[in-house]
Design a protein around this ligand. Structure first.
Ligand SMILES: *Cc1c(COP(=O)(O)O)cnc(C)c1O
Length: 386
């Protein structure tokens, strides 16, 4: 008798979108209300207030109806105008891509670039602002996901504040998984589909009073457009018409994701993201592989990028991890493609045992692709010690 073929269980350990929390999946099945129903309008206001509290935002955050690239493009168009001189900080693929949306709206744009395995430091930023005193807006990708590196947001925000420019931050893949204080941040864009464990489809934009004033004074800020942040400013006020139909089902999902985040306690959520990433990094190093980040301190708590050894093809590696071990991870993007693989620690997958699963699959797939001796026992011991 031949043994029946056993299919592996599926573990989606990607850098987003990620599996949703069960509470979120249940909420997606709530009845879809009519957007002019007062019951829905009350729900929308309560949801907006919940989000404001969770983010610690001085003003009411705006929810846009499209996954976070919509929010990023909308904010670029709404905030940046013909009087603005933009300094775009680039430590990875997302930061570089954001320049393409910022540049057309601005009088000028310059970029501060670092290697994609490093981070922007306060000294480099201070120097760049010294060279470009005309800067009115600084843009930063907090966690450049294709590199798995986290920029030091509070320190960079303090430097921007000293200068007086507005700070615009893409924190799509960090907010909710690490502590983010809005102190010194003028616009923060995030989404529910990374660390909040909700499906992709919404953008979240929190803006300071200064940023709202800047957007309102911007002659080129879009109106009557899907890219208009200003159109949605007062959407939370009951009885106020929405600019267009909100994504009712995904708002229900966001509501459940926020409830879970608040009930678990943000500090606890951040701690398990950090712990999972630390276990993963310890395991990778003990196994005999290298982190992508030039220094471990640059590595993000919400994703781990692992440098591929010479001669290992990333597509072959990820395919084996999936077919033989049921573990789905992410590739690099653009400049980081075929140089690394990424394991996400976001929302429901930010539990340290998932690091053990990822390490096991990584080791098993690597063993089929390279003669390099890699030590699974040491990797698991190192991860478990964390
Ligand atoms: C995920 C992500 C986005 C949104 O883009 P996707 O289409 O979901 O890839 C934007 N910025 C960052 C830093 C992200 O990680």
């Amino acid at each position: 008798m031949t043994e029946p073929r056993v299919k592996p269980a599926q573990f989606t350990l990607t850098t987003g979108p990620v599996n949703c929390y069960p509470e979120v999946l249940l909420a997606l099945g709530r009845p879809v209300s009519y957007d002019y129903d007062p019951v829905f309008q009350d729900f929308y206001e309560a949801l907006s207030r919940k989000l404001q509290k969770a983010m610690g935002s001085e003003t009411m955050p705006v929810i846009l109806q499209g996954e976070p690239v919509l929010g990023l493009e909308a904010v670029a168009a709404s905030l940046v105008g013909p009087q603005d001189h933009v300094l775009n900080l680039v430590s990875g693929v997302y930061g570089a891509a954001y320049g393409f949306w910022l540049r057309p709206h601005a009088a000028s744009m310059t970029e501060l670039r670092v290697d994609y395995n490093r981070i922007v430091t306060p000294d480099l930023l201070r120097q760049a602002l010294h060279e470009h005193p005309e800067t009115t807006i600084v843009a930063l990708c907090h966690h450049d996901t294709p590199s798995g590196t986290l920029n030091p947001l509070p320190e960079l925000a303090a430097v921007v504040r000293e200068h007086g420019a507005l700070l615009l931050v893409d924190s799509v893949s960090a907010w909710g998984g690490v502590e983010v204080s809005l102190e010194g941040i003028d616009v923060l864009v995030t989404g529910p589909n990374k660390c909040l464990g909700c499906p992709p489809s919404l953008s979240i934009v929190a803006a300071s009073p200064r940023a709202w004033a800047h957007m309102k004074a911007n002659p080129t800020a879009p109106r009557d457009s899907i890219l208009s942040v200003l159109d949605w400013e007062e959407a939370w006020i009951s009885g106020h018409p929405f600019p267009f139909t909100p994504s009712v089902a995904e708002l229900n999902g966001l509501d459940a994701g926020l409830d879970r985040y608040i009930a678990e306690g943000p500090e606890t959520v951040w701690a398990r993201h950090a712990r999972t990433a630390a276990a993963m990094r310890a395991g990778v190093k003990a196994m005999g592989l290298d982190l992508w980040a030039a220094e471990e301190a640059f590595a993000s708590p919400t994703a781990t990028a692992i440098r591929l050894p010479e001669g290992v093809d990333e597509t072959a590696l990820r395919t084996l991890m999936q077919t033989d071990f049921g573990v789905v991870v992410s590739s690099g993007r653009a400049e980081t493609f075929n140089k690394l693989i990424r394991v996400g620690h976001m929302g429901p997958t930010a539990y340290p045992m998932y690091a053990v699963i990822a390490l096991t699959a990584l080791h098993g797939a690597m063993a089929r692709l390279t003669d390099r001796p890699l030590n699974l026992g040491a990797a698991i011991e190192a991860a478990a010690a964390i």
